[in-house]
Ligand binder design. Sequence first.
Ligand code: NDP
Length: 386
Amino acid sequence: MGKVLCVLYDDPVDGLPSRYARDGLPSLERYPDGQTLPTPAGIDFTPGDLLGSVSGELGLRPFLERLGHELVVTSDKEGPNSVFERHLSDAEVVISQPFWPAYLTEERIAKAPNLKLALTAGIGSDHVDLDAAIAHGVTVAEVTYCNSISVAEHVVMMILSLVRSYLPSHQWVLDGGWNIADCVARSYDLEGMSVGTVAAGRIGLAVLRRLAPFDVRLHYTDRHRLPAQSEQQLGLTFHPSTQDMVPHCDVVTINAPLHRETRGLFNDELIATMRRGAYLINTARGLIAERDAIVRALQSGQLAGYAGDVWYPQPAPPDHPWRSMPHHGMTPHVSGSSLSAQARYAAGAREILESYFEGKPIREEYLIVDGGKLAGAGAHSYSTQT
Ligand code: NDP
């Protein structure tokens, strides 16, 4: 019987909620492109409960223990003496979430001879060295689509909050003030602005769809062009590259995976070609934007605002400059971990584990690496030599 090593974020400081803000979750059957939601044979959790933190265990313990497997759940993931490293040497399955990533580097994969499956309970498996997974025959799978809409909603929220200067206005309320001029001195309407997305995959396209009713001009770039019908329906302007698109935009949202083509993409050089006072929203991966270039652009006014929820490393250290730079709307990595999303990725993790332990194929759309090469969703959206 195998060992399943699961790395999750810490519980709330006051423990798991005894009562939730709402009763249950709306019921959904399919994702917007028709893909079915996760279809495990069963679940041992209540949708709407906090599943993504250590005590939530993604609701997997009863299932895995019934099959005789050992489940180790921890948030302690850094350094050679961490619980993660101590259990990695004989783990068969590692489960991790992008919000609190257990970085599976080449060295760590080399130290895990029994490792067969690296499962991302979420989307985005860049915390796994995919080349090393390929070399060591490790399957990498994620729960494709589970939180794409969650992130798209967050992106729209962040665009509006930056452009309209929501956070500083809220701060005046908390501080007991009524300083309208201070609040509105940086506040604009989104209407009429040009908004562009780097990548129009599941999240990027959902962002475009949600923004269309705001009467904005929509732009996108992607490695594959969308069908002409989608372009017409949403009034999209396609650009062959990010470099080509950003000079035309007031707002840019990044929705591409982190791989060799996107790492460090938003550097001083690219940002200098953006409109002065543009807004940049990055909920994709922290390393797609160069940390200090973002700080410089906010300080100089080249960017009017930066928001997102992705950092490097995660958790970000207390002195990370993105915590204190001007005009930012950063949160910890939360957009894809709403209670709604947790129910989907916990069920998806269960579905993947059921397939794996029964020796059945894992759904094609969940695969990133399999059989020693990029596979499924990974073959479409990722490049190797990350
Ligand atoms: P998808 O796979 O549906 O979309 C990714 C898109 O990026 C694809 O259309 C792909 O193009 C495109 N792409 C890849 N490389 C480039 C490039 N160099 N330039 C332009 N486009 C590119 O994934 P999702 O939309 O669901 O998620 C996207 C990313 O968002 C994830 O990889 C993850 O990093 C991040 N994410 C963040 C979350 C959070 O909580 N903040 C949660 C979920 C995801 P094509 O396939 O056409 O080649």
